[in-house]
Design a protein around this ligand. Structure first.
Ligand SMILES: [Zn+2]
Ligand SMILES: [Zn+2]
Length: 375
C-alpha cells in the first residue's frame, strides 16, 4: 500500500498543521484544474492521504495498519458498505458529501439492493428430531413481473439521463481552502443512477418491484436448535430496478411437545406407575416419536428412577447419531383405600416390619419445569 506520509512528503510524527500545509502545497501542484487532467490520479492519492492523516482517529488507525477502507463512508446508496473503498470513493465522499456513486469504477448503479427479511417458522419436535421441509408464506418486495424489474413500462426502456449524460454525477464549482474547485455530486435529476424512466411501469410505478406474497421452501435440518436462523440467499426483498435481492432469514421456533421435553439432543418424558407395579415390575408400551416401544419396569423401581432408551433422542447436527430418550418414573401411592386393601397393606407392613419413618431431603420442582427451564 502507498505510504501516505511519503505521498505528502511529511515525517511520521508531523503535526496536523504540517500535514495541512504539505497537502495544500501538493494539491496546488497536482489539482487537475491547474495541472491538467493527467494529474487527476496523483491528486486523488494525495487527497486521500490528507483525508486520513488530517483526522486524528483515522490517522491512528492507519498508523496501526488499518487500510483506507476504514471510517464511515456514509454510503447513501450503491454498494460499497462493508469495506473495499477505492480511491474514487474516498475522493467523492470527501468532496461531495453524497456518499459516492456506486462501484469503484465510476459507473452508475441502477437501483438499490433489496434488504434482508426475517420470518419465523414454527416446527414440531418431530420436525426437529427427523428434519422437515416447510413451505412458508413470505410477504416482501418481489421483482415486478410486468416490467421485469426495469421500472419502465412494457415496450419502453430507461433512457440515459440528459443532465449527467449517464455518468450519474454532475460537477459544480465550490469554494475551498484551495480556492475554487470543481466537485462532483450525485445528479439530482436521476439521483445518481445515470438513467431516467420516461414512462414508468404502471404496476410498480417505476420501482421495478412490488409487494407480494410468495411461497418459499425451507429445509429444517434434523437436530436444529430453537432460535436458529436459516439463511436463504437472495430470497429477501427484491432490489429496486433490477438491483440484487437481499437474503431471507428463517428463524426456527420449536413448539413445545405435550409428551417430550428436549434437552440438548436428549428427550425426556415422564410416566406414572402404581406403587404395586413399581414393586412387582412390568412391561408396558410407550408411544415414542419412532413408534411404539416396549419398556421394562424392573421389580423394585423407585420414584424418580430414570429408564434410558439409547438412540431415540434428537439427531445430532452434522452426524448420524441420535441422543437418548429418558423416561422418568413417578410412583403413585393410592390416596384412598377400601377396607380390604387397607387390611392387605397392614398385613404386608406387619410382614415386612415396616413402621419406621426416616427423614429424606425433599425433592422440589415439577418435571417439565426442570427441563424446559434449562434449555
Ligand atoms: Zn414494473
Ligand atoms: Zn443524471
Amino acid at each position: 500500500m502507498t505510504d501516505y506520509y511519503e505521498l505528502l512528503g511529511v515525517s511520521r510524527d508531523a503535526s496536523t498543521e504540517d500535514i495541512r500545509r504539505a497537502y495544500r502545497k501538493k494539491a496546488r501542484e497536482l489539482h487537475p484544474d491547474y495541472a491538467g487532467p493527467e494529474s487527476e490520479d496523483a491528486f486523488k492519492s494525495v487527497s486521500m492521504a490528507y483525508e486520513v492523516l488530517s483526522d486524528p482517529e483515522k490517522r491512528q488507525r492507519y498508523d496501526l495498519g488499518g487500510g483506507p477502507g476504514m471510517g464511515n463512508g456514509s454510503a447513501g446508496y450503491g454498494g460499497f458498505q462493508g469495506g473495499g473503498f477505492g480511491f474514487q470513493d474516498i475522493f467523492e465522499t470527501m468532496f461531495s458529501n453524497m456518499g459516492g456513486f456506486g462501484g469503484g469504477t465510476g459507473a452508475p448503479q441502477y437501483g438499490r439492493p433489496g434488504q434482508d427479511t426475517l420470518v419465523a417458522v414454527e416446527v414440531s419436535l418431530r420436525d426437529v428430531v427427523f428434519g422437515a421441509t416447510k413451505e412458508i408464506l413470505v410477504d416482501s418486495a418481489m421483482t415486478c413481473t410486468t416490467c421485469s424489474g426495469s421500472g419502465a413500462a412494457p415496450g419502453t426502456t430507461p433512457v440515459t439521463c440528459v443532465e449527467c449524460s449517464g455518468t450519474g454525477s454532475v460537477t459544480r464549482v465550490q469554494n475551498t481552502l484551495l480556492g475554487q474547485m470543481r466537485v462532483a455530486t450525485a445528479c439530482p435529476r436521476c439521483q445518481g443512477q445515470g438513467q431516467t424512466i420516461p414512462t414508468p411501469c404502471s404496476e410498480c410505478h417505476g420501482e421495478g418491484r412490488v409487494q407480494a406474497s410468495r411461497s418459499v421452501t425451507v429445509e429444517i435440518p434434523a437436530g436444529v436448535e430453537n432460535g436458529t436462523r436459516i439463511r436463504l440467499r437472495g430470497d429477501g426483498q427484491a432490489g429496486t430496478r433490477g438491483a440484487p435481492s437481499g437474503d431471507l432469514y428463517v428463524e426456527v421456533r420449536e413448539v413445545p411437545d405435550p409428551m417430550f421435553a428436549r434437552r440438548g439432543n436428549d428427550l425426556n418424558t415422564s410416566i406414572t406407575v402404581p406403587m404395586t407395579t413399581a414393586a412387582l415390575g412390568t412391561r408396558f408400551t410407550l408411544q415414542t416419536l419412532d413408534g411404539d416401544q416396549q419398556v421394562d419396569i424392573h421389580p423394585g423401581t423407585q420414584p424418580g428412577e430414570v429408564i434410558t432408551i439409547k438412540g431415540l433422542g434428537v439427531k445430532r447436527l452434522r452426524s448420524n447419531s441420535r441422543g437418548d430418550l429418558h423416561i422418568h418414573v413417578e410412583v403413585e401411592v393410592p390416596r384412598k383405600l377400601d377396607a380390604e386393601s387397607k387390611s392387605l397393606l397392614e398385613q404386608l407392613a406387619a410382614l415386612r416390619g415396616e413402621a419406621r419413618v426416616e427423614p429424606v431431603s425433599s425433592r422440589s420442582g415439577g418435571f417439565f419445569d426442570k427441563f424446559r427451564g434449562k434449555r
